[in-house]
Design a protein around this ligand. Sequence first.
Ligand code: SF4
Length: 189
Amino acid sequence: MEQKNKYIRLAADLQTDSIVDGPGLRAVLWTQGCHHQCKGCQNPQTWDFNGGGLVPIEAVKEAIDELEYHTGLTLSGGDPMYQVEACLEIIKYARNKGLNIWVYTGFTWEEIIEMSKKKKVYMEFLKYVDVLVDGRFILEERDLSLLFRGSRNQRLIDVPKTLEKKEIILLDEKKYNEEELFKKEPMFI
Ligand code: SF4
């Protein structure tokens, strides 16, 4: 158990140059392991729960310490929800450093809420997430014009508002219009 909480299984080193996995310049943590098997998944190499490599959580924190000029940290995969304890420790740390947190998961919001009834850590995890991009990738619903997501069934959920109102509140996508963002926060290009 101790061991489990000290390591996270990752598909790759922390990526530090993403501008497509949420707004601004972002670091992306690619978790390893996924059971959803979405047809058309772009990262099938991340499905194997024995693939990738075990990385000490402390090493991930050190990599986060090295970030400069970053808007946020995105968790993707794979599916971060399969390693929720380790991911929680990492996003708590990143939040304290001022990074906003986006999470991509194949589970829907409703499924995670159900899971949280049996395992409280899922709700604890959600408290540190700014935006949850939820749901499996559905090839038939693919739409390249969507902001920060691949298929129409997936939602950009504003997690703090959703938790507060106890109903799903979607992200105001207009806020993420690049021109508007540039005007407000010129460093996030
Ligand atoms: S949830 Fe994501 S990583 Fe998992 S199969 Fe679906 S698209 Fe691939």
